[in-house]
Ligand binder design. Structure first.
Ligand code: ACO
Length: 217
């Protein structure tokens, strides 16, 4: 049995990741859990304007989708994907408090050994290096315990803060995916960025520390 009370076939899961210190505090990644409901719902309901322009559209109403009562099924769905080895759904914690989410998805082993990565941070905490630290921790986890070779991400060209975060982690642009994803009610272009293990020079977190963006906690 693992920490989440069920068997996992997943290298690197459900290990927590971190810590790393940035201006906002000490950042860690840990698996999503059922008791995140109140914090998740409070932030997601308050931050609709901050989050909705960058997230895939759904038919469900934002209020309903982010009610406290919606979390158990969202969380169980994420944990089920994790147990199957397809996803690593993490909460980003800062000084032990829920600050956002980082998700590693479409995990593939064999000759591809690839995944995508995505994240969000509560608006009240932005600008303190949290996403940068979380992404660096997530990437080192992917290239270490999860044993991946390539991690990719997609981002809208208009999303300047997220592009800055991806650039600090060393992501390389591979192209523009035209009308790639239905986001905020329309088919939006996305930049495809990627990183392979050969490009990280040992560790993404170490590179952040060397560049003065973070320090060891
Ligand atoms: N133009 C250019 N750069 C900007 C702007 C702007 N308007 N605003 C902020 N930035 C820069 C900051 O200066 C900082 O870079 P720096 O450290 O080099 O100065 C960077 O953006 C932000 O870095 P962090 O502080 O590490 O990031 P933060 O914790 O603020 O989180 C995030 C950034 C995740 C994009 C947050 O704003 C958020 O949750 N946005 C809404 C959801 C979202 O966009 N998620 C990402 C989707 S794409 C994906 O997941 C791959």
């Amino acid at each position: 049995m693992n920490l989440l009370g069920s068997r996992s076939q997943h290298p690197g899961w459900p290990q927590p990741v971190g810590p790393l210190r940035v201006a906002a505090g000490v950042v860690r990644l840990r698996p999503v859990r059922l008791r995140d409901a109140a914090q998740w719902s409070r932030i997601r309901l308050a931050d609709r304007n901050h989050l909705e322009p960058w997230e895939p559209s759904t038919d469900l109403d934002w209020q309903l989708r982010h009610a406290v009562s919606s979390w158990p099924s969202v969380c169980s769905g994420l944990r089920a994907e994790a147990r199957k080895g397809r996803m690593l759904p993490y909460v980003i914690e800062v000084d032990g408090q829920f600050a956002g989410q980082l998700t590693i998805g479409n995990v593939t082993h064999g000759a591809l050994r690839s995944a995508w990565i995505g994240y969000w941070v509560a608006s009240e905490l932005i600008g303190g290096g949290i996403a940068t630290a979380a992404l660096a921790l997530g990437l080192d986890h992917c290239f270490g315990p999860v044993m991946l070779h390539r991690v990719e991400a997609t981002v809208r060209p208009e999303n300047a803060p997220s592009r800055a975060v991806l650039a600090k982690a060393g992501f390389r642009e591979e192209g523009l995916l035209k009308r790639y994803l239905d986001v905020d009610g329309a088919w939006r272009d996305h930049l495809l960025v990627a990183l392979t293990i050969e490009e990280i020079n040992g560790s993404v977190t170490s590179a952040l520390v060397r560049a003065g963006h973070a320090s060891w906690a």
